[in-house]
Design a protein around this ligand. Structure first.
Ligand SMILES: [Zn+2]
Length: 197
């Protein structure tokens, strides 16, 4: 999970988010199983309009596992605080991240207040995590505080960041980086950037 700096909220969302959040929250009150569907703005789905800025925010990488490119997964928009429990944040800019469907499918509607949010102002990967370069796993940084280690454990678990396929993909990507560096490719061309530098 790389540190993310969130760009300014897109103008159309600044104008519309409050009404869209209120409408969705009201619909959920009336009908608790009211299904979420992205609203439209000027004939275009809001998620489609948000994708370019969300991609820019993470250089096109999944905000949670840092997977890239999305050739073995699908690009999606993740609600950090889930829509079911936080319907009033469904269109809240700070709550939206680019993610792969594998991370999203692992977390679903789960949430824990200790979950690490990658755009937290003081977040640094190494304060929370360390890499196991033999297994490809992410581990809590054993030199970190007890609280940070707990947050790392919760984050790894909720997004299933040590799924076998992800561990293998990290190892593969590290090999590819070693090979690709010589050809002048840049780090952002590779997934799991925290694992290969
Ligand atoms: Zn992911």
């Amino acid at each position: 999970m790389n540190k993310i700096t969130r760009p300014a909220e897109p103008d159309f969302l600044v104008e519309k988010a409050s009404k869209l959040n209120k409408d969705f929250a009201n619909n959920r009150v009336k009908k608790p199983n009211f299904a979420f569907q992205w609203a439209t703005h000027k004939g275009k789905k809001v998620n489609i309009l948000l994708l370019p800025t969300l991609r820019y925010m993470t250089q096109g990488h999944c905000a949670f596992c840092d997977g890239y490119p999305f050739d073995m997964s699908t690009e999606t928009i993740e609600h950090f605080r889930p829509k079911s429990a936080y319907p009033h944040l469904a269109y809240h800019w700070d709550n939206l991240f680019l993610a792969c469907n594998i991370c999203q499918d692992a977390k679903l509607e789960k949430f824990n207040p200790f979950l690490i949010k990658p755009d937290e102002p003081n977040y640094k990967f190494e304060d929370y995590f360390q890499c196991n370069f033999k297994t490809g796993k992410l581990e809590p940084n054993c030199a970190g505080s007890w609280g940070n280690q707990l947050r790392a454990v919760i984050t790894i678990r909720l997004y299933d960041l040590n799924k076998q396929a992800k561990c293998q993909a990290r190892l593969n990507m590290a090999d590819a980086w070693e090979a690709g560096k010589a050809k002048g490719r840049v780090l952002d061309d590779f997934g799991y950037r925290y694992f290969i530098v």
